[in-house]
Design a protein around this ligand. Structure first.
Ligand SMILES: [Zn+2]
Length: 315
């Protein structure tokens, strides 16, 4: 029996599906419906694919009417389930960033890259097996690619910064952007203070802060009224979040640069990122104790530190 995934109905035929990765409200994917056509934006990991199929059944959506699967980038919390999901959806095409497509067709490198970050055992436990997608089912979406989603215009933008294989999707109907990781991560569990808490996932290995800031400015020219974050959920205070995210990217870079001459500074950087987060959250009166905040952010800050250390060593 598939684990039942929690799903919240948003306006404009959009559902936010909690993929249940690690804990509730950490990683979402989105189901988009337009007059009988359905599509997924991001997929979560392979292990939650049975849950997505169960969700379609609960919503009386035939697998045949899912026309597109659209992972924002190839990181596995976004695209890890794409191969398995495509096996279940006979009519679906997979839309990928041109730099990401080959990793879905042959996931060998993706697999070894992620194993290097997570270790083999944890990798298998979290992500399961990566299933390749047939090349003729893959569409490469270059910058500006427009998709007619049953009369609803979706535009794909190349959005480097978090990763070079990342696109964001602007949905004309909702004036919303499906942002993957490009507009940062902002967990509901930590948005309990007077200011929202948002941070840039600087996951290894393609973090590029200068480019990321340019990407954000470019996307803001679309004047999005809402953003759909993979981590986590729909947010409507876009201007505020982007301002905070840009500051956080700069803060992260400042922290990393202090360790320019240190060998393997991951532990130190992770400690500083956590201290920065704790200070901010307490200043925002989030109402949580430091232990609880540390529990919620430990994994992210460790990954972020790995990404910053990698950037520092290779820039
Ligand atoms: Zn990512």
């Amino acid at each position: 029996m598939a684990k039942s995934l929690k799903c919240s109905e948003l306006p404009f035929g959009i559902s936010c599906v909690d993929t249940g990765l690690h804990r509730p409200e950490l990683a979402a994917c989105y189901l988009l419906e337009q007059d009988g056509m359905a599509g997924f934006i991001d997929t979560g990991v392979g292990n939650n694919v049975p849950g997505l199929m169960d969700l379609l059944k609960r919503k009386s959506i035939a697998p045949e009417s899912v026309a597109y699967v659209m992972p924002t980038h190839v990181h596995l919390d976004h695209a890890g389930g794409a191969g398995r999901l495509m096996q279940e959806l006979p009519n679906a095409r997979l839309i990928m960033h041109p730099r990401g497509a080959r990793h879905m067709i042959d996931p060998t490198r993706l697999c070894s890259g992620s194993m290097a970050v997570y270790g083999e055992e944890r990798f298998k436990q979290i992500f399961g097996e990566l299933v390749p997608v047939e090349a003729d089912r893959v569409i490469e979406a270059a910058d500006g690619y427009e998709l007619d989603f049953n009369g609803r215009k979706l535009t794909f933008f190349d959005t480097p910064g978090h990763a070079r294989h990342h696109y964001c999707i602007f949905d004309e109907l909702s004036k919303g952007l499906f942002t993957g990781d490009t507009f940062g991560a902002s967990y509901p569990a930590l948005n309990t203070g007077r200011i929202p808490f948002i941070f840039p996932p600087t996951t290894p290995v393609l973090f590029d802060p200068g480019t990321w800031l340019v990407t954000l400015d470019r996307l803001m020219t679309l004047e999005p009224e809402r953003i759909f974050l993979t981590h986590f959920g729909m947010q409507e205070n876009v201007e505020v979040l982007v301002r905070l995210l840009k500051k956080a990217i700069n803060d992260y870079v400042e922290i990393a640069k202090r360790y320019m001459d240190v060998d393997n500074p991951v532990g130190e950087i992770a400690g500083e990122l956590m201290a920065l987060s704790l200070n901010q959250l307490q200043a925002y009166n989030c109402g949580l104790g430091n232990k609880e905040i540390e529990r919620l952010l430990a994994m992210d800050m460790d990954l972020n530190a790995q990404g910053l250390a990698h950037w520092l060593a290779n820039r």
